[in-house]
Design a protein around this ligand. Structure first.
Ligand code: ZN
Length: 283
C-alpha cells in the first residue's frame, strides 16, 4: 500500500473512497482502519454535511481517494453509532496520537497528513500580512491571499528527541505533563538559528543540567499533533550532575534496561529508540 498526497487535483469521490472523519482531535476508525465514505454518509448528513461539498480531497491510498471531514463542534460522540445506522457499532472515535501504533503504517501516514492538514486549514483562514480571507492555492498544498498575493504553506515544527547514554545506562525523565510514573527521553523544539546539535545540547542542559557530546542522528517520525516532525538522536554524557529544571522535568535518572520505569507505548519514536538500545545492549 502506498500513500501519495495530491494537492487539490479535482477528483470526484466514490462511495468506496476513504473518509478520515475528525471530531476535534479524535478520528473515526473502523476495526483499526479507516471507514469508506458510503459507510459514514449518514453520520455526515446527520451533521448537516455533504461528502462531496464538505470533504477535502488530500491524497490517494493506492486507488482509493482520501477525503478529510471535520465534524462541527456541536457533534456529540455519545450515541452517534445508533444515529449513523446499522453495523457501525464497531466504529469508534480515537485520539489519533494515542493510536499511532495500532494503525497500519501507511494508513497512519495518511491519517497524520489529514490531522496536520486539518489543523493548518483551521489556522490559516486569514492572510497573516493583510488580514483578508485566504483561498486554496490550486497548484500546491497552500493558500493564497486574493488581496495581497501572499502565499501560505503548512507549518511543520521540527523537534528533537534524544537518548543520552552513560556507560550502559540511559537518561529517562518524568515530565510534569506525563501520566504518573511515565518516563521518556528528553525532547524539545528547535529554535530559530539553531542547528540540530545545538538544540540537543541546549535542551539537555536546560532540562536536566548536564553536558553532552557526540550527538548522532538515529531516525525521525512525523508527529502531526498538531504539526511536529520529531528527529530522534543519541548522545553521550560528558559532564555534570542531573538537576531537573522543576518546571517541565520533575525527575530524571540513569536507567539500565533491567531497571526501566514505565516507558512510552509502541508506535512512538521514543519507544523505538529505547527498544533498539535495549536490543543492542542485551546482545
Ligand atoms: Zn493578504
Amino acid at each position: 500500500m502506498i500513500f501519495n498526497s495530491v494537492n487539490k487535483e479535482i477528483r470526484k469521490h466514490r462511495g468506496d473512497d476513504l473518509a478520515f472523519v475528525f471530531s476535534g482531535a479524535d478520528m473515526l476508525v473502523a476495526n483499526d482502519s479507516v471507514p469508506i465514505i458510503s459507510e459514514v454518509n449518514s453520520l455526515l448528513s446527520k451533521n448537516g454535511m455533504d461528502a462531496e461539498g464538505d470533504g477535502i480531497f488530500f491524497g490517494m491510498l493506492d486507488d482509493s481517494a482520501c477525503y478529510l471531514f471535520a465534524l462541527p463542534s456541536s457533534f456529540e460522540a455519545e450515541g452517534w453509532e445508533v444515529a449513523a445506522g446499522d453495523g457501525l457499532g464497531a466504529y469508534q472515535f480515537v485520539l489519533l496520537r494515542h493510536y499511532v501504533g495500532r494503525l497500519d503504517p501507511v494508513i497512519n501516514s495518511a491519517a497524520g497528513y489529514a490531522s496536520h492538514l486539518l489543523h493548518w486549514h483551521k489556522h490559516s483562514r486569514y492572510c497573516g500580512r493583510c488580514g483578508a480571507e485566504n483561498i486554496w492555492y490550486e497548484k500546491e498544498c497552500a493558500k493564497k491571499c486574493p488581496s495581497c498575493g501572499n502565499t501560505q504553506f503548512p507549518k511543520i515544527s521540527p523537534a528533537i528527541i534524544i537518548m543520552v547514554m552513560k556507560g550502559d545506562e540511559i537518561l529517562l525523565a518524568h515530565n510534569k505533563n506525563f501520566p504518573e510514573g511515565r518516563y521518556s527521553l528528553l525532547a524539545g523544539f528547535i529554535e530559530m538559528g539553531e542547528t540540530i546539535e545545538e538544540t540537543a545540547k541546549r535542551e539537555v542542559r536546560e532540562e536536566v543540567g548536564i553536558e553532552i557530546e557526540n550527538v548522532e542522528y538515529i531516525s525521525s517520525q512525523s508527529w502531526p499533533f498538531p504539526d511536529s516532525l520529531m528527529l530522534g538522536l543519541s548522545a553521550e554524557y560528558k559532564s555534570g550532575d542531573i538537576i531537573p529544571d522543576g518546571t517541565e522535568i520533575v525527575h530524571a535518572d540513569w536507567y539500565t534496561p533491567d531497571t526501566f520505569p514505565s516507558i512510552p507505548g509502541h508506535g512512538t519514536i521514543a519507544r523505538k529508540i529505547i527498544d533498539e538500545y535495549t536490543k543492542k545492549n542485551k546482545s
